[in-house]
Design a protein around this ligand. Structure first.
Ligand code: LLP
Length: 446
């Protein structure tokens, strides 16, 4: 049996019911948080964040050359970056915006890896100027572009090659990435051409290793075994063919989390055991020196630490028997239910102990029939003004938020030891129009 880990929890580690009978997280009463900061409100629990990081570090402690890189796309803010950096994590970033965020947070840029399947000239230039540690090159155009930029600055840029290992994992089709017809990376038949170019023409690039990522919200462990076997086999093959000693493999992220009671994600300790066993076996089999191992989990780092608090508004019984309960947020602060049919769990934060007596559908406030946050959830009697707490919203909620319907993006608070601090301000109406421009010829037209 493996030790349990934080990613297997539905709620933050500090979630409890307080003396007032309300849900409390990080020592803060969630109802009071809504009174103070308004809703919808993203809440991040610092203890849970740190607990996840410590699980990962403990789980991989047996392999000295392990490097944890947090995939910022799951949630990229300066405060979250600062916390993860303080836990010793590096960062996988995918845009100028993410590069800039971690840079401004004070992250050691040599511990940053820049990923992406269509990085622009400007983004690559910024990455080089800010001293990003590795760039994972996705395609032939990028190889040549990056070499040009490096050459024009008289620099040698450290790279990995992103490869598509041809592994199918069982998750939503939109979040699989390692299968053969994926848009990401070089397929196995293109690697040699890429390496040949790096060794002969692109001399401002220094190749350190291979990078792959097979998908997200993964519950099966065997896929990691297969992925590692392929990566190590390729290291060996490239050594045999080109005499090239690559000493890094990056296996991406993907570990799943528990959105509802029926989800049973593997423990970080189980994943680590599969990964390290398979790495050690492959190293023996292919007789190579043990490479540095990079992991870049995103969801499993931040999901459980996050909840979203909504205020309940109107309720509606529709003729087919369904009861809709509407909240003041929805698909613009959490796109996942409408994009991937993702399921979530929730409770009423101001009466978490009340008996569940009604089956309802939680509707969002946005102008789309598909804006439904949770279908068929059993809850206590609900009244207008109640606070709904949706669990496991730390990953891919704020990071995928939009201003659809010109609704302001929600605030985020960090809670810890009964203290709450704003880490993202709620947008104002002036923020909403801050990028609008009225051409002179239209001024005064209405
Ligand atoms: N590394 C690479 C190269 C990736 O593409 C991703 C995620 C990760 C790491 C982190 O994977 P994670 O540990 O978070 O599973 N928006 C979707 C998820 C898209 C994931 C994209 N790539 C969702 O909300 O489910």
């Amino acid at each position: 049996m493996y030790k349990n880990s934080t990613n297997q929890l539905l709620k933050p580690v500090t979630a409890k019911i307080n003396d007032k009978g309300n849900l409390e997280i990080g020592g803060c009463d969630t109802v009071e948080l809504v009174e103070k900061y308004g809703s919808p409100l993203y809440v991040m629990d610092e203890s849970t964040l740190r607990s996840v990081c410590r699980d990962y570090k403990a789980a991989f402690a047996d392999y000295p050359k392990v490097n944890m890189m947090y995939a910022s796309k799951a949630l990229c803010t300066e405060a979250v970056s600062a916390i993860l950096a303080s836990e010793g994590f590096g960062f996988d970033v995918v845009s100028a915006g993410e590069i800039y965020t971690v840079y401004k947070a004070g992250v050691d840029m040599s511990k940053v890896l820049f990923n992406g399947n269509n990085k622009s000239f400007d983004e690559l230039t910024l990455a080089i100027e800010l001293g990003v540690g590795r760039i994972s090159v996705d395609n032939f155009l990028e190889l040549s572009l990056l070499n040009e930029i490096a050459k024009s600055r008289g620099k040698i840029v450290d790279i990995l090659l992103r490869i598509t290992p041809g592994i199918e994992c069982h998750t939503h089709e939109y979040i699989q990435t390692g299968h053969l017809d994926s848009k990401f990376g070089f397929d196995l038949t293109q690697i040699d051409d890429a390496v040949e170019l790096i060794l002969t023409e692109y001399t401002n690039l220094k190749l350190h290793g291979l990078h792959a990522h097979i998908g997200s919200q993964i519950f099966e462990t065997k896929v990691y075994h297969d992925e590692i076997e392929i990566l190590v086999r390729e290291l060996k093959r490239l050594d045999d063919k080109f005499g090239l000693k690559l000493d890094e493999i990056n296996i991406g992220g993907g570990l799943g989390v528990k959105y509802t009671e029926k989800d049973v994600p593997p423990s970080t300790f189980e994943i680590a055991s599969v990964i390290l066993n398979s790495l050690n076996k492959s190293i023996d089999k292919y007789k190579i020196d043990s490479p540095a191992l990079f992991l870049e989990p995103g969801r499993s780092i931040v999901s459980t630490a996050g909840v979203t608090l909504y205020t309940i508004g109107s309720s509606k019984q529709v003729p087919n028997g369904k009861k809709y309960v509407a909240v003041d947020g929805g698909m613009a602060d959490n796109a996942r239910p409408s994009m991937y049919q993702a399921e979530y769990s929730a409770i009423i934060a101001n009466k978490p102990n009340a008996q569940c007596v009604t089956n309802v559908t939680i509707a969002g406030r946005f102008c789309e029939s598909g804006d439904v946050l949770i279908r068929n959830i059993s809850l206590p009697d609900i009244e207008e003004g109640d606070v709904l707490c949706v669990f496991n919203t730390g990953a891919y909620n704020y990071s995928m938020a939009s201003n659809y319907n010109r609704v302001q993006k929600s605030a985020m608070v960090l809670v810890n030891n009964s203290q709450s601090d704003i880490i993202i301000n709620r947008e104002t109406l002036d923020d909403i129009i801050s990028h609008d421009v009225i051409p002179d010829r239209l001024k005064g037209a209405c």
